[in-house]
Design a protein around this ligand. Structure first.
Ligand code: ARG
Length: 278
């Protein structure tokens, strides 16, 4: 049995979730969102995380901000340090203060404003005490060094190459402090080489699962909450000893989002780093 401890997450209810503009290949203007279905799927995600013993902080949804539900883009939080996002598209820019305020209200006194385009945990994923930084579509490649310096952690830059997988968390999942799953073809050749060297035992996902946003999952190191539509990936994850918790989450794919997109991890400081963070 893999072991885990309680995690803290920030989520935003999908009250105003909709497709009102198209800023990624999944979004189609005129697409109808089913609000009841979105609410049911989002609530199932929240209650699944809570049933696993985790704590979910709920921030307030805002009219006119249909993508605010994708809280993973709301920043990067590790230990006592937090960084707000800086969105590439003007359509999402107005979300930033709501995420920053939600973090401040939860005790993060200083929420740094980045100088470079930075879409939060959508593109910056913590694995152990290393941050994997994605760029190519949303966050700027210069953001990687800025994030590493701010958090005082090593950063590995990765370049995304397939517009369907425009955020790092759509192409790569963190399963525990040294295990990842990813779709190799979503990265440029140099990044593929970097990932192969750093994570020789990674689970390599297939396009059929990735295109259901199966990699966009939440793991606590033992339990993996993931799309019910990615059976190949679910099998591979299960074979590694994780407990898979499949849920339906297709309503959010109309906006290019999945399970992980709706969850911002409020990470503890990585083990061994706590002292220098005090
Ligand atoms: N419609 C949103 C966008 O294009 C979806 C964000 C998905 N978030 C994520 N962490 N991948 O920005």
């Amino acid at each position: 049995m893999l072991s885990t401890s309680a995690r803290r997450y920030l989520m935003c209810p999908p009250t105003f979730f909709d497709v009102q503009y198209a800023i990624n290949p999944w979004m189609r203007l005129g697409e109808r969102v089913d609000p009841a279905r979105a609410c049911k799927q989002w609530t199932a995600l929240k209650t699944t995380l809570e049933a696993l013993g985790h704590h979910v902080e709920e921030m307030s949804p805002q009219p006119g901000l249909p993508d605010l539900v994708f809280a993973a883009n709301g920043g990067i939080v590790i230990g006592a340090k937090a960084m707000a996002p800086a969105f590439r598209f003007s359509e999402r820019a107005a979300e930033t203060p709501f995420y920053a305020d939600a973090l401040k209200q939860r005790g993060y006194e200083r929420v740094a404003a980045p100088h470079n385009l930075n879409e939060g945990e959508g593109d910056f994923l913590l694995v152990g005490s290393t941050i994997l930084a994605g760029s190519g579509f949303r966050s700027d490649e210069l953001a990687a060094a800025e994030v590493g310096a701010y958090f005082g952690l090593a950063v590995v830059s990765l370049t995304l190459a397939d517009p369907r997988f425009y955020h790092l968390d759509t192409a790569l999942s963190v399963l525990d402090s040294n295990t990842i799953a990813y779709l190799p073809e979503a990265f440029d050749p140099a990044s593929r080489g970097v990932l192969r060297d750093l994570f020789p035992k990674a689970i390599l996902a297939e396009d059929a699962d990735a295109r259901k946003l199966g990699l966009n999952l939440v793991s606590d190191g033992a339990n993996v909450v993931m799309s019910a539509e990615a059976p190949g990936l679910a099998r591979a994850v299960g074979e590694r000893g994780y407990q898979v918790h499949p849920i339906e989450f297709d309503e959010f794919r109309k906006a290019g989002g999945g399970i992980k997109c709706c969850v911002l991890s409020l990470h503890d400081a990585p083990a061994g780093e706590a002292a220098s963070w005090a």
